[in-house]
Design a protein. Structure first.
Length: 210
């Protein structure tokens, strides 16, 4: 099993743009990132667009409940919802449990059941923050950012993206599915996903046991 990460991040600061220092500024950045207008977001949340504008500019102090409702509408990751609450002067709402703790035993058992049931095929558990730091470091290497910016998805008629791994014994073709916990209320569990890999065919010798 390969451990990697798919950690959600806060909106990146743009060149020449100040890093948000208040809950309203951070909320505005998330709204813009989700490409939502003030009127659209206000209607879905049940407040006036004027009040939302006042919240974003700091002219009005939002309640904890309003911030959580807005974050829910914007699909803000739980880790960043805690950051939003702190920026607005409130305590974090969501706990961040250690995956090795007693509190997460049920989650660990569910993950183990899922991974054991997928054998002999490959799977990877994502959500390790140490590898998120490694990804950040790799992006600083010369040419990496430019290569990512120039990348374009190939035009294809395939219904699924096929992962092709080169190997001296022959290339390995894989499809994948991604599983996550439904409606998590903990930061750690919200960031965990299991990517399970399958060979495109079920012909003999197509398994990818390691």
């Amino acid at each position: 099993m390969v451990v990697t990460t798919q950690q959600a991040q806060a909106p990146a600061a743009q060149p020449g743009r100040a890093i948000p220092t208040s809950g309203g500024e951070l909320l505005r950045q998330w709204r813009q990132r989700r490409r939502r207008s003030q009127l659209d977001l206000a209607l879905d949340t049940g407040v006036s667009a004027r009040h939302l504008s006042f919240v974003e500019t700091g002219r009005s102090q939002p309640s904890r409940g309003l911030l959580l409702a807005l974050a829910e509408q914007l699909d803000v990751p739980l880790r960043e919802r805690n950051a939003l609450m702190l920026a607005a002067g409130y305590a974090p709402t969501y706990a961040q449990s250690d995956l090795d703790s007693a509190q997460t035993q049920v989650a660990r058992e569910a993950l183990r059941h899922l991974l054991d049931g997928h054998e002999p095929y490959l799977a990877r558990l994502t959500g390790d923050p140490r590898l998120a730091n490694l990804l950040t470091e790799v992006r600083t290497y010369p040419g990496v950012v430019a290569a990512l910016d120039d990348y374009h998805e190939p035009v294809t008629a395939e219904l699924l993206l096929t992962l092709q791994l080169a190997h001296p014994a022959g290339d390995l073709l894989l499809h994948s599915t991604v599983t996550s916990f439904g409606s998590p209320r903990d930061v750690t569990l919200s960031e965990l996903t299991v990517e399970s890999f399958f060979p495109p065919t079920t012909t003999p010798g197509s398994s990818c046991n390691t």
